[in-house]
Design a protein around this ligand. Structure first.
Ligand code: AMP
Length: 211
C-alpha cells in the first residue's frame, strides 16, 4: 500500500526538513502548503494577495482558500502516495481531505519540540528566496548571509518575528492540537521527539513510519 503520510508539528519543529527526507526516501511526492503559499505571495497573484496578511500575522489562511489551492493535487496525492507537510492543519481541512478526495492517512507523524527550543530555532532561522533553510548557529551557511546551494542572499521569513511566533504557537494549540487528538482516535499517530539536529531526529521519524 502506498504511504499517505501527514507530518504535523508546531512552527520550526522540523516539518519541512523531515517531510522532504521522507518523500525522497520513500519516493513519494512532497506537498508543503507553507511553501506553496509563499510562492503565491512572491508571485503577487490573487491567492497570494489574500493569504499574505494572514501569514504575516501568524494566522492560518482560511480553510477554503488552502483547499482550493491544492485542488487536483489532493486527488493525485491520495492515489499516488504522498507526504503532506503543513496540511491538514485544522479539523475542517482534514474533513475536506476525507470527504472530497477520500484521503485518510496511513501515518501521522507529530514532531514534539519544547517551546523554548522552537523560539530559538525561529529567531535564528534564515532562508533563501528558493526556500533553502539555515540556522545562524546550528546550521550556518559557509559564507554568512549567502545560500550554499544557489548563492542567493539569506533573509528572515516575515512571520519569524517574536510577536508572530507567539501567535503561531497559540494557533497551533488552538487549531491543530484538536486535529492531532482526532487522528489519535483513529490510531494512526506517532509522536516523535524532535529535539536534536536533523540527522539525529530523522531516524526516529523513519522508524515511526516503518513501525
Ligand atoms: P509553514 O511554512 O508550514 O510554517 O506555514 C507558514 C504559514 O502559511 C502559516 O503560519 C499559515 O499562515 C500558512 N499555512 C500553511 N499551511 C496552511 C494550512 N494548511 N492552512 C492554513 N494556513 C496555512
Amino acid at each position: 500500500m502506498k504511504h499517505r503520510i501527514i507530518v504535523i508539528g508546531p512552527p520550526a519543529s522540523g516539518k519541512g526538513t523531515h517531510s522532504e527526507r521522507l518523500a525522497d526516501d520513500l519516493e513519494l511526492d512532497h506537498v508543503a502548503t507553507g511553501d506553496l503559499l509563499r510562492q503565491h505571495v512572491a508571485d503577487h497573484d490573487e491567492l497570494g494577495t489574500k493569504a499574505e496578511g494572514f501569514m504575516a500575522h501568524g494566522e492560518l489562511v482560511p480553510d477554503d482558500l488552502v483547499v482550493q489551492m491544492l485542488g487536483e493535487q489532493l486527488a493525485e496525492a491520495a492515489e499516488a502516495g504522498v507526504v503532506l507537510d503543513g496540511f491538514p492543519r485544522t479539523v475542517a481541512q482534514a474533513e475536506a481531505l476525507r470527504d472530497e478526495v477520500g484521503f485518510e492517512p496511513t501515518d501521522v507523524v507529530v514532531l514534539e519540540v519544547p517551546e523554548e527550543v522552537l523560539v530559538d530555532r525561529i529567531a535564528g532561522r534564515r532562508t533563501c528566496p528558493d526556500g533553502h533553510v539555515y540556522h545562524v548557529t546550528a546550521n550556518p551557511p559557509a559564507e554568512e548571509g549567502i545560500c550554499d546551494v544557489d548563492g542567493k542572499p539569506l533573509g528572515q521569513r516575515p512571520d519569524d518575528t517574536p510577536e508572530t511566533i507567539r501567535q503561531r504557537l497559540a494557533v497551533y494549540h488552538r487549531d491543530t492540537e484538536p486535529l492531532v487528538r482526532r487522528y489519535d482516535r483513529q490510531g494512526v499517530v506517532s509522536r516523535v521527539d524532535g529535539v536534536g539536529v536533523p540527522d539525529e531526529v530523522y531516524p526516529r521519524v523513519r522508524a515511526a513510519v516503518d513501525a
